[in-house]
Design a protein around this ligand. Structure first.
Ligand SMILES: Nc1ncnc2c1ncn2[C@@H]1O[C@H](COP(=O)(O)OP(=O)(O)O)[C@@H](O)[C@H]1O
Ligand SMILES: [Mg+2]
Length: 405
């Protein structure tokens, strides 16, 4: 590999006219708590709720809600880091586990026991809870579990209700800990999906969702500030034309008010300038950057779907009728399944899948009146605007999922 240098985000930036470093624009970058813009109220609510722990009391489980990119993960992590320091200061044994995007009960439990160094990873799930209780009680430990993107646990795969099961079992563990030790167990759920409470069973709803801390969109001012802090670190001085940050902030504020998207657009605009060897990032690059970011994110959503949902989306995209009715769509779906040697799911589950794809904004469903006037049926429309995204997804399915040469 002599002399063959490939560029990474840590690459050599000394000669780069645009970037100092892309790290401040990367996904993992967590700002210092003092650099968190416009979330004072949310931070205060969280702090108030958690305040009981350093006072040696129990905090009540709660949910954090708000759309993607509203700063939920950033704020919760930063506040918990502060809590950790405070707990050490007052001499209490404290550990927190941050769990993101786990799809089933076992994955959650594995992560918990691993973080606490409990040497169990067998197949009896009830043993995990037992070990957890024992450990907390023995140590009088104050243990906080964050289930971030808890929606993933509610993605119905199979018959088991992983989300409600985990929440219920952890709540039972919490009671045991409270009654039988000086330790504590706190569970915090974080979700992008405000409807998640409708999926909680009534008991879990009153245990977890009565107290929710809601995050709202960022306005243009806040986005500008968020971007400015990152831009100063990421870009060479004078690499950004005046007004680039303001333009991105204004555009994103008019849409979802999503800080993640704003940061992505800024980075993409930088890449466009870099790759084309422009000496500056110009305002006109922002539009192209936005289109590309949106395209990538739709494609990513589609690629992250579980297999059955991918197959349904593929069937919808490959169905040549415009707005196919369910009947036609389902026969297409069955044909795809037959060709690929996949077992088709039942009719009820097909409808659930379609509902989920609709919620993600990939398709929309409509009720249409049947021609002969004898009632209504459902039809499906593709909501992915870009032809290129549709083609990319079909190609991805053919090559990587179905394995065509
Ligand atoms: N208030 C803020 N101040 C600074 N950066 C922020 C703020 N909110 C979000 N970000 C940044 O935007 C991106 C998305 O935020 P994140 O906390 O992951 O959102 P969520 O968890 O709500 O989807 C992250 O890179 C994060 O660092
Ligand atoms: Mg998050």
């Amino acid at each position: 590999m002599t002399g063959a240098e490939s560029s990474t985000i840590f690459g050599n930036y000394s000669e780069n006219p645009i970037f100092n470093s892309e790290v401040p624009l990367s996904y993992e970058h967590i700002p210092d708590i003092d650099d968190i813009v416009g979330r004072d109220e949310e931070i205060k609510k969280l702090t108030n709720t958690l305040q009981r722990l350093p006072q040696g009391e129990h905090a009540v489980p709660f949910m954090v809600t708000g759309d993607t990119g509203y700063g939920k993960t950033t704020v919760v992590k930063s506040v918990l880091d502060e809590l950790e320091t405070e707990m050490t200061n007052v001499g209490l044994d404290f550990v927190y586990t941050y769990i993101e995007d786990r799809e089933n009960e076992r994955e959650v439990l594995r992560k918990l026991t691993k973080d606490l160094d409990l040497d169990y990873n067998g197949s009896d799930l009830s043993m995990y809870y037992q070990r957890l209780r024992e450990e907390i009680k023995e140590r009088d430990l104050n243990y906080t579990i964050v289930l971030d993107d808890i929606d993933a646990l509610f993605n119905k795969n199979g018959r088991k209700d992983h989300g409600n099961t985990v929440l219920k079992k952890l709540y039972e563990a919490r009671k045991d800990v409270m009654n039988n030790s000086d330790g504590s167990l706190l569970i915090i759920g974080v979700t992008n999906n405000a409807n998640i409470t409708t999926q909680l069973d009534p008991k879990n709803r009153s245990r977890y969702a009565d107290d929710a801390i809601q995050f709202s969109p960022y306005n243009a001012n806040q986005l500008r500030q968020i971007l400015r802090v990152r831009a100063e670190k990421a870009f060479k001085s004078h690499a950004l034309e005046e007004g680039v940050v303001g333009k991105i902030a204004a555009q994103v504020a008019q849409g979802q008010g999503d800080a993640r998207k704003a940061i992505r657009i800024l980075r993409k605009a930088g890449k466009i300038a870099e790759n084309n060897e422009f000496e500056k990032v110009r305002k006109k690059h922002v539009d192209e950057a936005k289109v590309r970011v949106e395209r990538e994110s739709v494609l990513q959503t589609a690629k992250n779907l579980p297999k059955q949902k991918k197959i349904m989306l593929y069937s919808i995209l490959e169905e040549k009728r415009k707005s196919p009715k369910y009947k036609h769509l389902f026969s297409k779906y069955e044909k795809v399944c037959r060709n690929e040697d996949v077992n088709p799911v039942g009719e009820r589950q097909r409808r659930n899948i379609i509902e989920d794809l609709d919620m993600l904004g990939l398709i929309s469903t409509e009720t249409v009146t049947v021609k002969d006037g004898r009632g209504n049926t459902n039809a499906v429309n593709v909501e992915i605007e870009e032809e290129e995204v549709r083609e990319d997804f079909v190609e991805y399915m053919d090559e990587e999922v179905f394995g065509y040469e």
